[in-house]
Write a protein that binds this ligand. Structure first.
Ligand code: ZN
Length: 411
């Protein structure tokens, strides 16, 4: 029997396994049930004959980066199937999910319901579905005695939904990976094969004024008015960004963006009859796949400094909230062509190379390990929202695609 045939026959098992994963509420933040899900995943991979390392993130390290989350230990697992090949193909997926709100049409977010070819539940699309597809691709190869062209390495990781430092960040830094190529199970779905993604810089801008009585505004420095002038000045920066563009391999065009937000208030002591002494806002700068995040941050900070200097008595402090690397590699490496062929073969229609406007964990493999990395997985609509779901056929197709890639890509 072929792996594809096996997967068609065993779709109900794949779905039952995914339901089991969804029932484990791995909500992040704060990062619940990580121990339970990694124990289950480790058992599953061992059952398929992989050597598995289930690694808690050292407490001292968590204390440094997440001091208030020590009651929720972080775990990552790394599995290895030694197929006696020279090279190793790595599959990565995160098991954490975003919190749930709203009323779900289909039961509850953690009691997954299957209806009309769809499975509903938190994580069905992002991205426990991909975990199920990876596991069943390996199961199909094992069950049919099909030998992959590569050793297979798998990482199932924590924390992608907050800050991947202790998830894929930890695995790529301390996991002693043997990967020569990587597939991240998200970023591209359907006919899309993802070659890179945007990055992001998040800053907080605090404007310092001087309080005075509301009846004598001239005696103070109004931080709200200074902030408003600064916000208007940022239009110049937006125009500068609008002139930049990146053309993705499929012809679509991406532009860097700037979004201003945050919680606006005068801080403590803010009253209608007081000149506000402080004001703040946030900046979400989306960085093109080919831009450097560090360079984007330098440029933005320089613009803010210069703009503030032009506004009389405008004193600011700029702080970093966080950032995330971008990544891009032109799809000239054979891995990309092989993935595109596998997607086209299984889905029976042409596939295309894209980049993702959101970010995922691809950049750790592409930029830190510097290995060819593609993103593709089952995905699904309404992820991070109510009625998140995945199509059963896409789950099976992704498993077939992974199995196909392992047996057709030559490396
Ligand atoms: Zn995700």
């Amino acid at each position: 029997m072929s792996p594809a045939r096996y997967l068609d026959r065993h779709q109900p098992d794949l779905v039952a396994f995914l339901q089991k994963l969804i029932r484990l509420r791995t909500v992040n933040p704060p990062g619940e049930n990580y121990g339970a899900i990694t124990a289950l995943l480790a058992r599953t991979l061992r059952g398929l004959g992989l050597t598995v390392r289930r690694r808690p993130v050292p407490r001292a390290l968590q204390k440094k980066t997440q001091p208030d989350l020590l009651a929720f230990p972080r775990y990552n697992i790394i599995g290895f199937w030694d197929a006696g090949a020279k090279k190793t193909l790595h599959f990565n997926a995160h098991y954490d999910v975003v919190p749930v709100s709203g009323v779900w049409r289909q039961g509850s977010a953690f009691h997954p319901v299957v209806e009309n070819g769809w499975i509903y539940g938190r994580g069905a699309a992002d991205m426990k579905g991909a975990i199920a597809s990876i596991v069943f691709a390996l199961r199909a190869l094992r069950a049919t005695g099909t030998r992959p062209n590569f050793n297979v390495e798998v990482s199932f990781v924590a924390d992608e939904e907050t800050d991947s430092t202790l998830g894929t960040g930890w695995v790529t830094a301390h996991g002693k990976l043997r990967a020569d190529y990587a597939v991240v199970g998200e970023g591209g779905e359907g006919d899309a094969v993802c070659c890179g993604h945007n990055g992001v810089v998040w800053l907080n801008v605090r404007v310092h004024g001087r309080a005075a009585h509301g009846s004598t505004p001239g005696a103070g420095i109004n931080a709200l008015e200074k902030m408003s002038a600064l916000v208007l000045a940022l239009d110049g920066y937006k125009r500068r960004l609008a002139r930049r563009a990146f053309r993705a391999p499929d012809g679509s065009r991406l532009r860097p963006t700037l979004n201003l937000g945050g919680v606006f208030s005068a801080g403590e002591g803010g009253k209608v009859n007081t000149v506000p002494a402080a004001a703040s806002f946030t900046i979400d700068r989306r960085v093109l796949p080919v831009e450097s995040v560090a360079e984007a941050e330098r440029e933005l900070r320089a613009f803010l400094r210069a703009a503030a200097r032009k506004i009389p008595q405008c004193r600011i402090t700029v702080g970093k909230i966080s950032d995330n690397r971008s990544c891009y590699r032109p799809p000239s490496h054979p891995l990309f062509a092989a993935m595109r062929s596998s997607v086209a073969r299984i889905r029976r229609r042409p596939a295309r190379f894209t980049v993702s406007t959101g970010f995922n964990d691809m950049h750790y493999f592409a930029q830190v390990l510097k290995i060819p990395t593609v993103g593709h997985g089952p995905g699904g609509p309404d992820y991070h929202a109510v009625d998140e779901r995945a199509r059963l056929r896409d789950l099976t197709d992704s498993a077939k695609i992974y199995a196909d890639l392992l047996t057709t890509f030559k490396g």
